[in-house]
Write a protein that binds this ligand. Structure first.
Ligand code: SAM
Length: 230
């Protein structure tokens, strides 16, 4: 199923300048990754809040990742056409981009060791049946990869409206030695309130849950440093 998916052999070969032209001479690489970004609501919400941070969405569905690509391109054009000073401060959305990719297979092909400060799993597909649990995006085998790309001190944000999936993600992330649970209040005190607000409300799935009056369960984890080489 991945035969049509082009993926880089390593993060070093990715031409980030084509994703973030305005940052081409900064040497910057993505620091926030939204895994299974869907229609891109989180990226669009966070972009103006962290204008110097490069953000990348990963989405496996062709039409959906294309939609996000078009959405970002349109926002960039609008920004370049609007005259400064008349409306509210326009953001240029130069710091967001998207790739079509299977994050469960190719995450380390996109992100180098300890390059990310935030990793988002917002309303991931629940895969309800037990025999499909291995298809879940938070799974024991994948946690090692998430710990690899996340820098010590970096945060994994998860949110879902499926209680069983929430418990599953919590159990596995808590059991993994390189992650420790961190509560919402602590993160807000550290100034991450705007990120948490966006996690709750900015995505298309999050808005749908809201419209339907569903619950949302948040669980966040800090990537810990255990030894010099971890
Ligand atoms: N995070 C978005 C939101 O909150 O609106 C989308 C949530 S949607 C329920 C889950 C998304 O994950 C879908 O768009 C799906 O295509 C994508 N997805 C599922 N498995 C994936 C994978 N292995 N790699 C990348 N994206 C994936």
């Amino acid at each position: 199923s991945d035969h049509s998916l082009d993926y880089p052999s390593s993060p070093g070969v990715i031409h980030w300048a084509s994703h973030y032209p305005a940052f081409h001479d900064t040497g910057k690489i993505p620091e926030f990754a939204d895994i299974g970004c869907g229609f891109g609501g989180l990226l669009i919400a966070l972009a103006p809040l962290f204008p110097d941070v490069l953000m990348l969405g990963m989405e496996i569905r062709v039409q959906v990742s294309q939609y996000v690509e078009d959405r970002i391109a349109a926002l960039r054009v609008t920004a370049s056409e609007s005259s400064a000073g008349i409306d509210a401060i326009p953001h240029d959305y130069q710091n967001v981009s998207v790739v079509r990719a299977n994050a469960m297979k190719f995450l380390p092909n996109y992100f180098s060791k300890h390059s990310l400060s935030s990793l988002f799993f917002l309303f991931p597909d629940p895969h309800f049946k037990s025999r499909k649990h291995k298809a879940r995006i938070i799974s024991p085998t994948l946690l090692a990869e998430y710990a690899f790309v996340l820098r010590p001190g970096g945060i994994v944000y998860t949110i879902t409206d499926v209680k069983d999936l929430h418990e599953w993600m919590k159990v596995h992330l808590t059991a993994f030695p390189l992650f420790e649970p961190v509560d919402e209040e602590t993160l807000r005190k550290e100034g991450k309130g705007p990120i948490i607000d966006a996690v709750y409300t900015s995505t298309e799935e999050g808005k749908k849950v809201q419209r339907n009056g569903g619950d949302k369960w948040l669980a966040c984890f800090r990537r810990v440093q255990v030894s010099r080489n971890s």
